[in-house]
Design a protein around this ligand. Sequence first.
Ligand SMILES: [Zn+2]
Ligand SMILES: [Zn+2]
Length: 332
Amino acid sequence: MKAAVTVGPNRVGIVERPACAAGEGQLLVTVEQVGVCGTDAHIWAGEYPATRLPLVQGHEVAGRVGDDRVVVEPAFSCGDCHACRIGRRNACAHSAVLGVHLDGALSELIAVPAGRVHFAPRLSTTAAAMVEPAAIALQAVERSQAGAGTRALVLGCGPIGLLATRALADRGVRVAAVDREPARADRAQRFGATFTTVTSSRLEPDQRAAIVEWADHEGPSVVIEATGAPSALAAALDLVVSAGRVVAVGISAAEARLPMNTVPYKELDLVGSRNSRALFPTAIGFAERHHAIIEELVTHRFPLARTQEAFALAHHGDPAVGKILIEVAGSE
Ligand SMILES: [Zn+2]
Ligand SMILES: [Zn+2]
């Protein structure tokens, strides 16, 4: 079987490996499509400290077991640490994710513990490959505790921000979305945002005022930070209403400068969101309901043999690039 191996920073090799077989308690998954996300781009570039190369990447997985469409939940937890003991295995201190810490799905076949395989018979392969990012977005929305009739602001209209926008709208939340790129902010309307703003790296005073006015002249009760940019976290704390909640789901190693008084003065809840907690079945239902807009997120497809190009494109950060999929089954 063929596999794409990230052998070192910025270098992928296509290798022939012995076909794997399912061990005890495992299912053999024929991989069809694998999504590429920001984490993949960082791993490929050697910028992700938790990863050791060489590694087979790929954690957003659509495939088949026999004739049945499946998605793979890629995160494993230790069961012993504090987070695991209190039932929050998604935040396990020793979490291991396929394609990040362990060999992942850029391989024609993978053997996966049966409990990590979810059947999704009504999803297209493309929508199935989007279930993992949908679960990440749903986790951020769970962490937000946003309720019907409230107002939420989503910073960043990449796939996670857009999927979170849709999930918030499904709950009856009114959503405003912000991005640097007009096309990406426009797309948020397709995902249920009722108000969008385009900013440079900093919100202008009139844009800030417009968001506050939109949010009942007080500010949104929830802000989801889905960019990983330090300035966006600062904006989230600034914009959120007093006694509101900020969810940090965007990831980067950059350091944020924040005024120390904002969190206590406003008595904010500032929470993180990591992986997803038992949300794959919900994410499959979400992807079924919204498959049309979810499939529209895909802007580029590459065969397995061109994985190198797919990662380079993801790393470049071109705003015209939405979701990149690598087609594994049937590729050269
Ligand atoms: Zn991902
Ligand atoms: Zn643990």
